[in-house]
Design a protein around this ligand. Structure first.
Ligand SMILES: [Zn+2]
Ligand SMILES: [Zn+2]
Length: 141
């Protein structure tokens, strides 16, 4: 939080690895608790970004996963990930931005590689070498 309050970065990526660690340890209670703690951390960060004078009203926040987890009943279930099962192919994606529609659920199927393409677009940068597509229906008309 200190870096966010004083450094005012142009872009920041924060990786919360605790749920994945507990998942791989097959610790279901720890896994759920880690998800709850991560939700609290994310909530604190979002609150800071939406109230701090340097960020409020001009900051895009994207909350997502770097991977899903195996579908229940498949392979090792929530303990593992990394194949093409239904659970592994789905991630969460929550985006808050003054540039995006508000309170809308976008149902267009996107791929993970579409996220950096959209971020490059937000920064006004070309996405020359990436294969993703810009998630245009997130944006206000
Ligand atoms: Zn993992
Ligand atoms: Zn899987």
């Amino acid at each position: 939080m200190q870096q966010l309050s004083s450094g005012i970065p142009e872009m920041m990526v924060i990786n919360f690895k605790e749920p994945d660690t507990y998942g791989h340890a097959s610790d279901s209670l720890g896994y759920v608790a880690a998800i709850q703690r991560t939700d609290q951390y994310v909530g604190s960060i979002v609150q800071l970004l939406q109230t701090h004078v340097a960020y409020a009203g001009k900051t895009t926040i994207i909350i997502t996963n770097d991977h899903g987890r195996h579908t229940a009943g498949w392979s090792t279930g929530y303990v593992g990930h990394g194949d093409a099962c239904e659970g592994c192919r789905h991630i969460e994606f929550l985006a808050i931005s003054p540039d995006f529609k508000q309170g809308v659920t976008i149902t267009t199927p996107y791929e993970q590689r579409d996220i950096p393409a959209t971020i490059a677009f937000l920064f006004g940068k070309p996405w020359t070498y990436g294969q993703g597509r810009i998630m245009l229906d997130l944006f206000k008309d």
